[in-house]
Design a protein around this ligand. Structure first.
Ligand code: HPA
Length: 273
């Protein structure tokens, strides 16, 4: 498949034919965090399956809908349901969401995810503002022929998680009942959760949380110079930190418990973007 500039433009043209406005923020909702989309006022909903050249969600807790509307007076475009390499998508295909946001003119991207806590001072239900990431497995989503219209072949990723947005997110934590940390996210391809030995290695390398998403999107955002905020909801302590086994059900339970608080927190951040 030839993923050239026109390939991605085709998705954007379809969405633009339905949504005429430019989003202030485009938001990707992580595993079990789809409730946030219910806050969108005057929603316009587009099913992923109707967007040409777009991907479809295969994970149950990911709805597969693009929703445009207003939150806290800001125009937002929400992806309820995201794509992962473990679903069988090539890394290159995982550039589609952020490239769509870019082509629609979104000012910033906000990416949320569910993650396992590696830092032993974290606890389930905490939130981590992502300051940086570690990715030692899997190819870059920017492999293959470079698309110059999006960005250069070689690109800097020093400030991938935009400092100003991180500062806003940390300020918004004041007055929230959530415990908000700032830390490093480490990417594993999944779908298996990590082994205890991998988690010990991750900790030695400087990771505070681990997960199976976000990093492909963050790299795509850096390539096309899109300001980015990444937020992890710690849904469980990572493998081997406690004697508990990790399950997708547990991830759903914890996100369900803090759904309202997390939604209030993200809404406050959006109001300041
Ligand atoms: N590991 C990877 N991904 C995750 C985890 C985890 O422990 N929890 C939620 N998503």
């Amino acid at each position: 498949m030839n993923y050239d500039y026109e390939y991605f433009c085709k998705s954007a043209e379809y969405v633009k034919s339905i949504i005429k406005d430019t989003p202030d923020a485009a938001i990707i909702l992580g595993s079990c965090l789809g409730d946030f989309a219910d806050r969108i006022e005057n929603p316009v909903v587009i099913e992923y399956k109707d967007i040409p050249n777009f991907l479809t969600s295969t994970v149950q807790s990911h709805a597969g809908k693009l929703i445009f509307g207003t939150i806290a007076g800001k125009k937002v475009l929400c992806m309820s349901g995201r794509f992962h390499h473990y679903e069988g998508y090539a890394f290159e295909q995982l550039t589609a969401p952020i490239r769509l946001f870019k082509l629609l003119g979104a000012r910033v991207s906000v990416i949320t995810n569910a993650a396992g806590g590696v830092n032993t001072s974290y606890k389930p239900g905490d939130v981590m503002v992502i300051s940086d990431h570690i990715k030692l497995t899997g190819a870059s989503p920017l492999c293959g022929k470079n698309i110059d219209e999006f960005g250069p072949r070689f690109f800097d990723v020093t400030d991938m998680y935009t400092k100003e947005l991180r500062e806003i997110a940390l300020e918004c934590a004041h007055g929230s009942s959530l415990t908000v940390h700032e830390g490093v996210y480490m990417y594993f391809t999944g779908p298996q959760f990590e082994t205890p030995a991998e988690i010990r290695a991750a900790r030695i390398l400087g990771a505070d949380a681990v997960g199976m998403s976000t990093v492909t999107e963050a790299l795509t955002a850096a390539h096309c110079s899109m300001p980015l905020l990444g937020l992890s909801v710690i849904t469980n302590m990572a493998a081997g930190v406690t004697s508990e086994k990790i399950s997708h059900e547990e991830v759903g339970e914890v996100t369900g418990t803090i759904s309202k608080q997390f939604g209030d927190y993200v809404e406050k951040i959006i109001s300041r973007i």
